[in-house]
Design a protein. Structure first.
Length: 360
């Protein structure tokens, strides 16, 4: 699922400079927040699907070909957007997946994201097991209990968790792997797009309320990108190589309703909470950045659109928007992360002073 870029961007050589500056995956100084909790789908998954019985996993080459430790379960060639955001926030290490938290410092946060997961429990079921948003919250409650044990009680845990950042980036699979797959799901026969989207927002509202009840106060909610412009959408439903307007229209409806929900929560919890909406369809990639291949995947793909195992990907990965038929390359993820971070922190200056590098 593709996230489009939301700001004016650096030129490609500066992308490479920024990436090289962070190649060690370590920073100096204290993080801007004490902990980060991540909820989402394959755009944020860092390994939660690795041991699940599902086709939606990425713990094999050529995924991770540019990641410092090789394949991890990230659905891209290197880091995903939340990895970069984690570094921008000043964390020494990337946030571990829930599946690998046994020896991790959970006080720094946990990544619950799961490839093919959606807001609706059934989304993505044709691919196999996945951890829907509802069950990601179940896993978070387990972590809250462990944090309470570490800190000496639930009250102390909640005081600590109030200071953390909660990143939620989910919803694309409720369309890609549900509504727009009538051969597997009846939702498009039951609901109009407008009605279906409202059911998603209603469910998300309940999940956010549940998250608030266990201490969440600082939230970033990411809209879905132009899902009709992925290589898979174009190749299966596009006309003459064009994006699929019905799918992009659904993304815009979802984002509009998500923005309204954010406004409602900010009004409801104005005294103690903050909700930030990130619009993933607000802009497009500047052609001068060097992203010359916009509708083809960098890696050879199998029938479901993911990279075929152990195949050789393109060498010019920084010129590709998509690594497989759904997911962005690390290069695009960096720009997405900068846009998302700038939207919530205009004074952003890490890892280089962005202000003097951004186009006027």
């Amino acid at each position: 699922m593709a996230c489009e870029i939301t700001k004016k961007w650096l030129v490609l050589p500066l992308l490479l400079l920024a990436a090289n500056c962070m190649q060690s995956y370590r920073v100096h100084g204290e993080p801007k927040v004490p902990c980060l909790f991540i909820f989402g789908d394959s755009l944020s998954d860092s390994g939660n699907n690795n041991n699940l019985p599902t086709a939606a996993k990425a713990n094999y080459k050529p995924y991770g070909i540019d990641f410092i430790t090789g394949p991890t379960g990230r659905f891209t060639n290197g880091r995903n957007a939340i990895d970069f955001i984690t570094q921008f926030l000043g964390f020494e290490d990337l946030i571990p997946p829930f599946a690998n938290t046994s020896d991790s410092d959970i006080l720094k946060g946990v990544n619950y994201a799961s490839g093919s997961a959606g807001i609706r429990v059934e989304s993505g079921m044709q691919l196999g097991a996945r951890i829907s948003l509802e069950f990601q919250l179940v896993n978070h409650r387990i972590i809250v209990s462990r944090i309470a044990a570490k800190l000496g009680g639930l009250d102390k845990a909640l005081q600590y968790l109030n200071k953390c950042l909660y990143y939620v980036n989910i919803g694309g699979n409720d369309y890609i792997n549900n509504y727009f797959l009538p051969q597997f799901y009846p939702t498009s026969l039951i609901y109009t797009v407008e009605q279906y989207t409202q059911t998603l927002i209603n469910s998300l509202s309940l999940q956010l309320q549940a998250l608030h009840d266990v201490g969440a106060r600082k939230h970033v909610l990411v809209g879905i990108g132009f899902i009709g412009c992925t290589p898979r959408a174009i190749s299966t439903n596009g006309v003459n190589g064009s994006c699929v307007p019905e799918q992009n229209a659904a993304a815009l409806i979802f984002n509009g309703k998500l923005k309204s929900l954010v406004d409602q929560f900010n009004s409801k919890y104005s005294a103690d909470s903050k909700f930030i909406f990130i619009n993933s369809t607000a802009g497009t990639l500047d052609p001068s950045l060097g992203f010359t291949v916009t509708s083809a995947s960098c890696c050879p793909t199998r029938a479901d659109g993911q990279c075929a195992p152990n195949q050789t990907p393109c060498q010019n990965r920084n010129q590709y928007v998509f690594y497989d038929q759904f997911h962005p390359t690390e290069a695009v993820n960096l720009f997405t992360a900068i846009g998302s971070y700038n939207a919530s922190n205009p004074a952003f200056t890490y890892p280089v002073d962005i202000k003097h590098l951004v186009r006027s």
